[in-house]
Ligand binder design. Structure first.
Ligand code: ZN
Length: 501
């Protein structure tokens, strides 16, 4: 058994190495590659991904998994080897159920749809992307149908990123959350809006970058095992537990962009840096779901980074970095500015209170499209109607309306958005559990100390990687299933102090 297990690990590690090489090529493409590299880079990436897929779906892996099953069955369920064999089998079955010819058709279509979208979005031209989206929807349905036995056709697609979550459960969670959020948004937006003009002076990029780096060093992001570079759309990426990188972008005239995207990506990266080293190169060696991953980025970005205590410590240093720009701006004014709530068009720019309404709109449309309750041609009108209903504003164009997100143009409709809201919900639920264990965490944050929080997260969440499925992890760490109560409580407390609720 030991020999077979080693053979399996060797094989899985080689798959991981091909993926890491592809990841590095992608990182380079998004940071330093000259434009002339684009055509060859696309080919190189697709070659590596094909090699990785072929290697992973090699029947030899299936045979090893079968031979090792009795061993897996003999182990306690939370034994590392049992978890490894369980996760490897799940991925193996997922990959082998989808014929490679179909996977190839899907990724070729994704490349085409993305290219058409990048040209159609600035032109406000939904009609141009419509046939591509229709095909994307058709392919997404087909993909789901390689996994028969589902309750809802979106379930297999949701499983790719938030394993174990189901459309019916999400619908209920989102309905409850929506019922709490809509009146909160109405109450806040009926009041005098916060003045965030202090964030919109000229802020030199190098100083913005340096300030963000200082903060995440204090968080505990390890620069011996990471680095930050500039890109268009910030992301975190891991090549090994010893090399987890983040990217950011800065706007000369908007202080919040670079800072909070840096804090956000550092949360993703600290999760990956905190993994058990024994999982290096194996399927267990990664965050367990997109919802849990997003909970870590949101926790550091919002729950910590937009808290009053945090700024009691950091605001004097920020004022010192930007004395002209922040002269005469009090801590309270600054705190209100970075927590401004408004009805806005763009999901990625939305504040904590309205953000989830953007997600729910997309999630509901994904379900309706997959169910056949809605057709692609309905999207622009449906988008505007729902937007009017939820936000009281109608998008002036398609660019900042139905065409704003890349997700549906990256190959799949379904399973793409729920992770963001699950992440917000879980950020508060995990943080509440951390406070139960260490009630002094807020005081420490007010002193710029994050060791207790970071250690708690590493021990309870980071190190486990995929050893626990998302629902098991949440129950294990917080003592209950995913629940919106801590998140609602967090929003009500924080925004109840900023506004009259
Ligand atoms: Zn994120």
């Amino acid at each position: 058994m030991e020999e077979k297990l080693q053979e399996l690990k060797q094989h899985l590690t080689e798959v991981n190495d091909l993926d890491a090489a592809a990841g590095l090529l992608y990182w380079d493409q998004s940071t330093y590659m000259p434009p002339g590299g684009a055509p060859a880079r696309a080919r190189q990436l697709s070659t590596l991904r094909r090699l990785s897929h072929d290697k992973f779906t090699d029947p030899a892996i299936g045979k090893l998994l079968d031979e090792l099953q009795p061993y897996a069955d003999s182990l306690p369920v939370d034994h590392d080897d049992a978890a490894l064999l369980r996760v490897a089998r799940r991925f193996y079955e997922r990959e082998t159920k989808v014929p490679s010819s179909f996977a190839a058709e899907m990724s070729a279509h994704a490349v085409e749809a993305y290219q058409v979208w990048t040209a159609a979005r600035p032109d406000n031209d939904f009609a141009r992307v419509q046939p591509y989206l229709e095909k994307t929807l058709e392919l997404s349905r087909q993909l789901a149908n390689y996994f028969p036995g589902y309750d809802h056709i979106a379930d297999p697609l949701i499983n790719y990123s938030d394993y174990g979550m189901q459309a019916a459960t999400l619908r209920q969670i989102f309905a409850d959350l929506r019922a709490a959020l809509v009146p909160m948004v109405q109450a806040i937006t009926a009041q005098e809006p916060a003045d965030d003009s202090c964030l919109r002076h000229y802020y030199p990029e190098t100083d913005q970058l340096a300030f963000g780096l200082d903060v995440i060093k204090d968080f505990g992001y390890d620069f011996e095992r990471g680095r930050q570079d500039k890109t268009h759309h910030p992301f975190a990426t891991k090549f090994s537990i010893g090399d987890v990188r983040i990217t950011t972008r800065a706007k000369d005239h908007y202080l919040a962009e670079c800072l909070f995207s840096t804090l956000h990506e550092s949360g993703h990266a600290m999760y990956e840096q905190g993994l058990n080293r024994e999982y290096e190169g194996l399927p267990l060696g990664r965050g367990t779901s997109s919802g849990v991953h997003e909970s870590q980025s949101r926790l550091w970005e919002n729950v910590v980074g937009r808290s009053r205590g945090f700024w009691e410590h950091y605001y004097p240093a920020l004022q010192q970095t930007f004395p002209e720009q922040l002269r005469g701006v009090s801590l309270d004014e600054f705190y209100r500015a970075i927590n401004k709530v408004e009805r806005s068009l763009i999901r990625t720019d939305a504040d904590e209170v309205t953000y989830n309404l953007h997600v729910m709109l997309r999630f509901d449309f994904e379900l309706a499209l997959l169910e056949g309750e809605m057709v692609i041609a309905d999207l622009p009108d449906a988008w505007n109607a729902r937007f009017e209903e939820d936000f009281g504003i109608t998008p002036p164009d398609q660019r900042d309306g139905v065409l704003q997100d890349v997700h549906w143009f990256a190959g799949r409709i379904g399973g793409a958005f729920q992770g963001y809201t699950l992440g917000n919900i879980l950020s508060a639920q995990f943080y509440a559990a951390a406070l139960d264990a260490h009630p002094d965490i807020p005081t420490q944050i007010g002193q710029g100390e994050f060791g207790t929080l970071h250690t708690w997260l590493r021990e309870n969440i980071y190190q486990h990687g995929r050893k626990y499925d998302p629902a098991d992890l949440v129950a294990r760490v917080t003592g209950q299933p995913l629940t919106i109560a801590p998140y609602i409580n967090y929003l009500r407390t924080k925004y109840g102090e900023l506004y009259t609720l």
